[in-house]
Design a protein. Sequence first.
Length: 469
Amino acid sequence: MTVNIVKKYGDTEPLVLVVRKNNVADCMKNSPLSDKEKAFVEKNAEKNCKILNLSTLDIQKYVVLYEDGNLKTLRDSANAVCTKVEKSKKESLTVFCDEKEISLAFLEGLLLSAYKFDKYKSEKPTKVTTVNMLVKGLKKSEMESVLNLCESVCMARDWVNEPVMVLNADTFAKILHDEAVSLGVDVTILKQKQIESLKMGGLLGVNRGSVDEARFIVLEWKPENVAGEQPVVFVGKGIMYDTGGLNIKTGDYMYDMKSDMAGAATMAATIFAVAKDKLPIHLVALIPATDNRPCGNAYANGDILKMYDGTMVEVVNTDAEGRLILADAIAYANRYNPKVIVDAATLTGAAERAIGKYGIVAMHQNAQETMEQLKKAGDDVYERIAEFPFWEEYGELIKSDVADIKNSGAGVNAGMITAGKFLAHFAKAPFVHLDIAGVAFCEKDYGIYGKGATGFGIRLLHQWLKERC
Ligand code: BES
Ligand code: ZN
Ligand code: ZN
């Protein structure tokens, strides 16, 4: 994607004006619209619509009416405009706006909407690839920071959309390695042997049924000015594919399980976005990565795993694998003496059943302040968080008869919370758990998030680190 700052409209490509609904006349004053067009917009702006169409036979022109405070609707309008432009097989457009904040939100909507996972399509669909910004006072650096964030989101969407036959733990580790090196992020990849010496029983247990080796990826962003500070440590679920293991998934439930590494993608993409912005934060991302398969020597129900921190875990369901690999990573996180540990994981179907695709299910242990900050950041960027209770009684549900704890609660109730409790057992610092199972992957078109991988949560975490942390 190319974004240019321009001083003049080129007169041929699609044009979109973004104007304040309550002040259309002023907003259009310096625009490339004719007096007649301006009059039309003034006359119709009051109507209950978000986009006015001024297109003629040779040229597409839209006026997007922005209502104060509603950036979400503005991004949705960007999505609608993007679709219209692409439908008419055009790849570039010019955005006119006389307020840069608004224009940047619109640009964000456009960039996210233009993403398509088309690398395996012989005939590529039309994509918007060039946006010209005709915006008073807009600086290159401001525009680039939006572009950087959106590129990080789309990079994560690419990883999540990629099937496991292409992206296994090793290839994923290599991609993250190269990206980290190019951005000045420290990276360490622990391979099978090292994971064995560290005795990460959760990661190794899940990996037993796989023909591919596991990886444990450590990314660290530590700019000089914050080197002494306690880090924020991110942990991301990197199940490259979740068959369910011996508790094999039936029906359609396995279909989108290439997306079971979306938590890992979220955390890696966020640390890369932070590095691109050179934010002054000490940030670590830990990614345990393997697929979950039922072959060969696969772990079985009744197995007892000795985790990295020594906790003994009874496996009662091989499909509750995410928490096993995350537990080792969370225990590993403790060694950084973190300010807070935040994990993102496509952890439970229960989270999706509870609130659908409209937000992230979250819980915290001793991290009230971070939770409040995250909720606010989520509201800022419309990637909202629903906090669930985390009462100690839920902890009772994962006690085991034969080991310390078991990897699934008794019965079907509150599955997202017992999963969270399992993770919290391993955290020795303030801890926030983000269950993104509902939002990470969408079979139907989901506005600016598109079809397939959404990248949901990256803008939220970036906003938190930038503005609220
Ligand atoms: N990866 C799944 C959770 C999931 C479900 C993610 C739907 C995205 C969409 C996870 O590993 C899983 O299988 N969880 C089980 C846990 C159960 C066995 C305790 C679930 O939620 O059914
Ligand atoms: Zn599973
Ligand atoms: Zn899973």
